[in-house]
Design a protein around this ligand. Sequence first.
Ligand code: NAD
Length: 424
Amino acid sequence: MVKVDPFANATKQVNDACDILKIKDKEIRRYLAIPNKVLRVKIPVKMDSGKIRIFTGFRSQHNNDRGPYKGGIRYFDPEGGVEYMEREVMALSSWMTWKCAIVNVPLGGGKGAIYVNPKKEKLSAGELERLTRGFAYKISEIIGPQKDIPAPDVYTTGREMTQIMDTFCKLDGNKYQPGVITGKPISMGGSLARNVATGLGAAYTVREAAKTIKMSLKGAKVVLQGFGNASTFAGINLEKMGAKIIAVSDSRGAISIPAGAKVAKILEHKKKKGTVVGFPGSKKITTEQLLTTKCSILVPAALENQITAKIASKLQCRILAEAANGPTLPEADPIIYKKNILVIPDILANSGGVCISYLEWVQNNMGYYWSYDEVAKKMEANITKGFKDVYARSKKYKVDMRKAAMVLAVERVTEAFDQKGIWP
Ligand code: NAD
């Protein structure tokens, strides 16, 4: 077993929330922390060479007290190997339960994975399809539009989602059931606005945070770490609210743009040069300088474990909007709280994605599709309310926003469990 156990972290967060809520019963705590089911499957695949290769996959179903399990399927090869991946999938499924509860969508938490890195291993399209359909076959008994609804995650796309949907429908007597999976291409029953969902949702939470601390977004300075899907759509939508981007980064480096620049212009440069570095009027800076730039809003939207205790002590932002998953280390939290920086924790800031996945599922179930604006408006309502509910808990219990988010989520899941009880 590897040193860092993500499932132990997830369990600690549940216990911390239980402490605040005075839930003392150890068995209730175990009920909340441990997944309902973790399925481990063997997936034999005939490779292009004609040889058979055995892959290992997982689906963890954490909690469905509030609705069907929901969560991505990733193709990845974490350093700790297959055993580590199992613990990671269990933790990720737990975070999905809490994320869905915070934005109050009637779904539970799930997560799946296959231990493979399709990019590194250069799997062919045929090998990838056989692997995907093999996995879909193995988990077909436990997924379904009213049971468990997977979605894309690391190194999986709309193509894999379509193949899983097609395999599931064929196994079930060719019944058309697009709601078995979300993140599908529009042509296969996907939702409008899904591509912008995470960044747009993050921008809505920043708007609410700014109102809360009475900070105007007109001319507010924004720093974006990462320049991919989540960060660029967060940036574009913050610009629409009046803010200005003054520093950005990607995997090739970080830049400061003192005069500010439009995301569209930086994107144009990145398209030509393959990186944001070298953007006219910019200066190259280090990652530490980027994260500690004096600004109104810092949006880490790239990697986990970026904000260490050292970086936290030097932060100069007023709002920290965690579009990325897990960008802040636990030891940084108390430092940030003392500095009076308003944190929008990842399970809230990047929940626009799961909100629109939920709306995709609703549209699939009714067989009727909404316009872009209708979808965006519904997501805005969920995420805005989510922000307000979390903020209210942070004031009520005098805790940071991360703990407050978990408190809200545990409250909601416990309420559902209390109503249902145990059967059989
Ligand atoms: P993406 O692949 O579109 O973009 C990632 C960006 O990060 C790229 O611009 C890449 O160059 C940059 N990057 C990589 N290494 C970096 C480094 N060392 N320093 C600075 N930048 C670096 O990915 P994404 O979908 O935007 O996801 C970003 C984060 O948001 C991840 O943590 C992801 O889990 C989280 N997230 C995304 C979604 C979504 O719907 N896209 C939903 C929930 C959470």
